[in-house]
Design a protein around this ligand. Structure first.
Ligand code: TYD
Ligand code: MG
Length: 488
């Protein structure tokens, strides 16, 4: 009774049918869905019809006379991060930075906070529910940020209750509010534990309201696990203006920031960083970072040591930026039974399809082989242009024949074994030539869109089918001999 008097009411609302209940139940009594009830705060309606005040009339305007939106931004001064956001964080916007635990989200945001304060005038409120204020200080010290303007312009609060965080933000009026993390945030009105869908959603809703009403840019940290089982980021995506993901292999140094949603910019650009002893550093030449020996390889060195069977370099395009990535494949005779197929950084379904096309259209039979495909450096690439490099890496591994050093390959493979053109071919090839590659295997006849001039220093081999591409890469016999199914 006393609780009802002091707390605004909450209900358990079914996410499938919208029916509300007083208590949590495993199954919705209205529609029968399981585990669909989420604790939700019931709010007072803002404008009561009975107040008598006439509500503002709805208006429309001719499209051309709608004023152009003003999108003021605060650049972080970290070029790779600003690039992903489209020039900086938009005033009054709310951004979610997701990533696996330990990948470097807190590090990136502390550096970004310092970056924004470096130009003077801006302030940051860093609300941490994950760590103590002393731990945040320790990290800042390690990153060398304490002595600079960041030491005074960043304020830290070890607080996870959203009501108190928003109150603090209304008094401090920071340029940016960082909430680390949304999984530890709670609102007092809800009973559910931190991290539950109800808490996460309500916390994010209130922080989004704060961002809009106070013109404070808000950044939320969200943890995601490999199987995506943690409550949070997925349900948050529609609440926020931009969703950034920090990706990479935890025990390798390279990190990629990618936007999967961005209301104020493109979602195609990526930022590339390297995690080192003093935090995340921008790379001099991200295009070569994902070649083995990558970030530290000297000019021209990237092309020199290619040539292991199963390795193919592909000039991929991430937004407007070409990035060369090494596709590695290992094919081994499998035991009797279902062969193993493992893919890291590429779509396993795409690999399965390529295995089938290689078998039927190019005489490279892998049906009874275990197959492993990996992108060096922990990058994941979705573009279908990676089909040809993956297929060539598989063929090269099966034949145990290396592809000539200095070769790159790019192209989409169709079900008939035909090669399809890829966008931005010219940009990809110029970047490959700049990094010292001398030969490129690319789609041929159909590729009219990209018939640009020759690229200096690069011999371009145009092929029409996967079979031709395999011959161009591995020599004439490779595409004709059907692999005998090897069983042990
Ligand atoms: P952290 O930012 O705490 O990750 P998250 O917030 O995503 O959980 O970073 C954790 C890892 O980064 C940790 O394993 C240590 C490493 N690290 C460095 O290698 N160099 C550094 O300068 C810092 C601050 C962290
Ligand atoms: Mg953290």
């Amino acid at each position: 009774m006393t609780r009802a008097a002091t707390k605004p009411q909450s209900r358990f609302v079914c996410q499938s049918c919208g029916e509300a209940f007083l208590r949590w139940e495993g199954q919705c009594r209205s529609c029968g869905s399981w585990n669909s009830l989420v604790e939700t705060v019931i709010r007072e309606p803002r404008r009561l019809a009975s107040s008598g005040a006439p509500s503002a009339a709805a208006e429309s305007a001719p499209l051309a006379s709608v004023p152009e939106p003003r999108v003021p931004r605060h650049p972080f001064g970290i070029a790779e991060l600003d690039r992903v956001l489209g020039g900086g964080i938009v005033v009054g916007s709310i951004v979610l930075l997701g990533g696996e635990p330990g990948i470097g989200k807190s590090t990136l945001l502390l550096q970004a906070a310092a970056g924004i304060c470096a130009s003077g005038g801006a302030t940051v409120l860093y609300a941490t529910g994950e760590e103590s204020a002393a731990q945040v200080r320790l990290r800042a010290d390690r990153l060398g940020l304490l002595s600079g303007p960041a030491g005074s312009a960043i304020r830290v609060a070890a607080e996870s209750e959203v009501g108190r965080i928003t109150e603090l933000a209304r008094t401090d009026r920071p340029t940016i509010l960082i909430v680390d993390s949304i999984q530890t945030s709670t609102v007092d009105e809800l009973d559910g534990p931190a991290g539950s869908v109800g808490q996460v959603r309500e916390s994010a809703l209130r922080l989004a309201e704060l961002a809009k009403s106070e013109s404070i840019a808000v950044v939320l940290v969200g943890h995601v696990t490999k199987d995506g089982s943690l409550a949070g980021p997925k349900t948050l995506e529609h609440l926020v203006d931009a969703v950034l993901a920090l990706e990479g292999e935890r025990f390798a140094p390279l990190r990629i920031v990618r936007a999967s949603k961005n209301r104020f910019g493109s979602t195609e650009e990526v930022g590339v960083f390297e995690m080192g002893a003093t935090g995340l550093a921008e790379l001099d030449d991200p295009a070569r970072a994902f070649l083995s020996g990558g970030a530290t390889a000297g000019p021209g060195g990237a092309a020199g040591e290619r040539g292991a069977p199963g390795s193919v370099v592909a000039p991929t395009l991430e937004g407007s930026r070409p990035i060369l990535v090494e596709v590695q494949a290992l094919v081994a005779p499998g035991p009797v039974g279902t062969p193993r197929r493992t893919a890291n950084g590429v779509d396993p379904n795409r690999v399965a399809l390529l295995i089938a096309v290689l078998g039927r259209r190019a005489g490279i039979g892998l049906a009874s082989h275990d197959v492993y495909v990996n992108l060096a450096g922990g990058l994941s690439v979705e573009e279908p242009a990676l089909d040809l490099p993956i297929a060539l890496a598989l063929a090269s591994s099966l034949r145990d024949r290396p592809i000539a050093a200095g070769t790159v390959a790019i192209g989409e493979v169709g079900l008939l074994g035909e090669l399809r053109p890829v966008p931005g071919l010219d940009r990809r090839l110029r970047e490959a030539a700049r990094l010292g590659f001398t030969r490129a295997i690319v789609p041929g006849a159909g590729d009219r869109s990209d018939r640009s001039g020759p690229v200096e220093g690069l011999a371009v081999v145009r092929v029409d089918s996967l079979r031709e591409a395999v011959e161009a890469a591995l020599g004439p016999a490779a595409g004709r001999v059907a692999a005998a199914p090897a069983r042990c």
